[in-house]
Design a protein around this ligand. Structure first.
Ligand code: AMP
Ligand code: ZN
Length: 114
């Protein structure tokens, strides 16, 4: 996906502040953080939204959460807690159409979300 912002990060054409990387997954700090810790965990494979997930992505989606857990632990959020969010589509406010798991923590969170 030539024009996808997050694919450009995967290819190294844009360099985010990385929090974690392996062969399948990249995690980096959000450019406009909404909490003291705000990391985005993405698959390196371009998948636009949750609606585009297929059965063969199940292991990869699970790995996004394992990386979120690892990032949260390394950011010192393992005990205090954190929120994970994947926005899907217009009403959820999805702005970048390459699936990403937000990991937010370091302050109390409200519920329900806005
Ligand atoms: P969403 O609204 O769920 O699609 O979230 C997109 C997120 O990507 C927002 O939290 C943005 O702040 C973040 N974002 C956009 N551009 C960049 C960038 N260049 N580096 C890091 N995060 C970004
Ligand atoms: Zn992409």
């Amino acid at each position: 996906m030539n024009d996808c912002l997050f694919c450009k990060m995967v290819r190294g054409e844009i360099q985010p502040k990385k929090a974690y990387e392996n062969e399948r997954v990249l995690a980096f700090h959000d450019i406009n953080p909404q909490a003291p810790t705000h990391v985005l965990v993405i698959p390196k494979e371009h998948i636009a939204t949750i609606n585009d997930l297929r059965a063969e992505h199940a292991t990869l989606v699970g790995e996004l959460y394992l990386v979120a857990q690892e990032v949260a632990r390394s950011e010192g959020l393992g005990e205090s807690g954190y929120r994970t969010v994947i926005n899907c589509g217009r009403d959820a406010g999805q702005a970048v159409f390459h699936i990403h798991l937000h990991v937010l923590g370091g302050r109390p969170m409200n519920w329900p979300p806005g």
